[in-house]
Design a protein around this ligand. Structure first.
Ligand SMILES: Cc1ncc(COP(=O)(O)O)c(C=O)c1O
Length: 434
C-alpha cells in the first residue's frame, strides 16, 4: 500500500485528519510503522519522529519494557478470563505511586482522556467552593470542550473578563457560546492583572487552572515567583488552584513541574506521558476535596477510565522513570541539549532569526527575533513568520524529520546521537532553503 493509495481510502471513510500534525486536512504521509524514535510511511520512507503522537511516547515507539508489561497484562486477563477483576489491584498500586511522587497527590482519579479529566476538575472545584467561574489563561490548552477551548482575551471587557472568539485563535463551529462565559480568560504571567481581577471577582471564582510551563504556546516558563504568588492568592480567596500537568507531568521530572518549582497546587491533571503512549489521564489532589467523590456529593462517569492495559502501561512507565536513579531524564537531556544548541548555532551562522526555548522533553522552534533570551507569554511571538514556520515543518518532513505544528519538538529516550546529527544536517539544508 502506498501513501497515495491509503490517502485515497482514508478520504473516503475518515471524517478528518489528526489535528496535531502540521497543516490542516489530511497529511500527505500516512504512517504505518513505528520503532524507537522512527516512523515509516506507507511508501516505506523512514522519518525521525519528534511528534511522538503529540507527546505521550516518551520512551519512543515499541519500548520493550512497556510492551512486556502490556503482554503480561493481557496474559493475566486471558488467564482470569476477565477484563475487570485485575483492575482494582492495579489501580490502587498506580494511585500509590502517584501519592509517593507527586506533591499534591493525596488521592487520585483516573480517566481515559485529559479533556474530560479537566471537566471533572471544574465540576469538583465548583462543588467544593460553591462558586461558578474558573480562570484560565491566554495560550493555555486544557482540552477541546466548549467551555475551555480557545478564545482570546477581551481587551474591551467592561465586566467579567470572558474570552471572545477570534480568527487569531483556533476557531470551531458548533460551540455553545454560553459555555464561553463559564470562565474568565486573562493574560498569563501577569500577576497584577490576576490580582485586580480577584479584587473584583475573587469571591465568585471556584478554580484557577494553568499549565505550569506554557508548553502549548512557546514553552514559556513562569516568571520567577509567579506560581508562588498565584498559590498565595488562591489560598487568600479560597480558590482551588489546579496545575494542568498533562504535558509536564512525569516528563520534566518524576515529581512533575510542581516538584521542580516547589509549588504545590490543590489539584493537578495528568495525561500523555503518564502511560507511555496508551490513553490514560488522571487528576490528583488534596483529600478533603477528592473525598467529595467518595461521599457521592460529586459524581464522575466514564466506562473506560480504569481499563487494565492503560493502568499497566502507566505503572510500567513509572517504574522505568524510577529506575537507575534518573537515567531516563539524563538520556532526554543528553539528546535535547545538543539538538537545541545545534539548531541555534545553524540559525546564527545562517543569519536566520530563530527563537528556541523548552522544558525537559519538549521545545519549540519559532521564526522570530523576540529581542531577549526568554519568552514569558504567547504575546512575545506576535511577530512570528507563520508561513515560514509552515514551510519549516513541511520541508523538514520532506527531509525525513517530523515535528509538530508551532515548531514543537518532543524528545523521547529512544532518540539517539545519530538522530541528533541527522536532524541537524536536515535542519541546515532546510534553513538554507527557507
Ligand atoms: C495541557 C493539556 N491539557 C489537556 C489536554 C487534553 O488532553 P487530551 O487530548 O487527552 O484530551 C492537552 C492535550 O494536548 C494538553 O496539552
Amino acid at each position: 500500500m502506498s501513501n497515495a493509495g491509503l490517502l485515497a481510502r482514508a478520504k473516503k471513510v475518515l471524517a478528518g485528519a489528526h489535528t496535531n500534525l502540521p497543516g490542516a486536512g489530511f497529511a500527505p504521509r500516512l504512517m504505518v510503522k513505528g520503532e524507537g524514535a522512527h516512523l515509516w510511511d506507507a511508501d516505506g520512507k523512514e522519518y525521525i519522529d519528534f511528534v511522538l503522537s503529540a507527546g505521550p511516547l516518551i520512551f519512543g515507539h515499541s519500548n520493550p519494557i512497556l510492551l512486556r508489561a502490556l503482554k503480561d497484562q493481557l496474559d493475566t486477563l486471558w488467564s482470569l478470563n476477565s477484563t475487570i477483576y485485575q483492575q482494582s489491584a492495579l489501580e490502587v498500586e498506580l494511585a500509590e505511586n502517584f501519592v509517593r511522587h507527586v506533591p499534591c497527590a493525596q488521592k487520585v482519579h483516573f480517566n481515559p482522556t485529559a479533556s474530560e479529566t479537566v471537566q471533572l476538575v471544574v465540576r469538583l472545584a465548583r462543588a467544593y467552593t460553591g462558586r461558578r467561574y474558573f480562570i484560565r489563561f491566554e495560550g493555555h490548552y486544557h482540552g477541546w470542550f466548549d467551555n475551555i477551548f480557545g478564545g482570546v482575551v477581551n481587551e474591551q471587557a467592561a465586566g467579567r473578563p470572558f474570552p471572545v472568539e477570534s480568527s487569531q485563535d483556533r476557531l470551531t463551529g458548533g460551540r455553545d457560546m454560553a459555555a464561553l462565559e463559564q470562565g474568565f480568560l486573562l493574560p498569563w504571567n501577569d500577576i497584577e492583572i490576576l490580582e485586580e481581577t480577584l479584587e473584583k471577582y475573587g469571591e465568585e471564582v471556584a478554580l484557577i487552572i494553568m499549565e505550569p510551563i506554557l508548553c502549548n504556546a512557546g514553552c514559556c516558563p513562569p516568571r520567577p515567583g509567579y506560581l508562588e504568588k498565584v498559590r498565595q492568592l488562591c489560598t487568600k480567596y479560597g480558590i482551588v488552584f489546579c496545575l494542568d500537568e498533562v504535558i509536564t507531568g512525569f516528563r520534566v521530572a518524576l515529581n512533575s513541574a510542581q516538584g521542580l518549582f516547589g509549588v504545590t497546587p490543590d489539584i493537578a491533571t495528568f495525561g500523555k506521558a503518564m502511560a507511555g503512549g496508551l490513553p490514560l489521564a488522571a487528576f490528583a489532589g488534596k483529600q478533603d476535596m477528592m473525598d467529595l467523590f467518595l461521599s457521592q456529593k460529586v459524581v464522575s462517569g466514564g466506562t473506560f477510565g480504569r481499563y487494565p492495559l492503560g493502568l499497566a502501561a502507566a505503572l510500567a512507565s513509572i517504574r522505568i522513570l524510577e529506575s537507575e536513579d534518573g537515567a531516563f531524564y539524563r538520556k532526554i537531556d543528553s539528546i535535547q541539549k545538543p539538538l537545541m544548541e545545534g539548531l541555534k548555532e545553524i540559525s546564527r551562522r545562517l543569519g536566520i532569526p530563530l527563537f528556541l526555548q523548552g522544558a525537559r522533553g519538549v521545545f519549540i522552534t519559532r521564526f522570530v527575533d523576540i529581542g531577549r533570551e526568554v519568552a514569558y507569554s504567547v504575546r512575545d511571538f506576535a511577530g512570528v513568520d507563520v508561513p515560514k514556520e509552515r514551510r519549516w515543518a513541511e520541508l523538514m518532513a520532506e527531509e525525513g524529520v517530523i515535528l509538530m505544528f508551532g515548531g514543537r519538538f518532543y524528545i523521547s529516550s529512544a532518540h539517539t546521537e545519530s538522530d541528533v546529527d541527522r536532524t541537524l544536517a536536515c535542519a541546515e539544508r532546510v534553513m538554507r532553503r527557507l
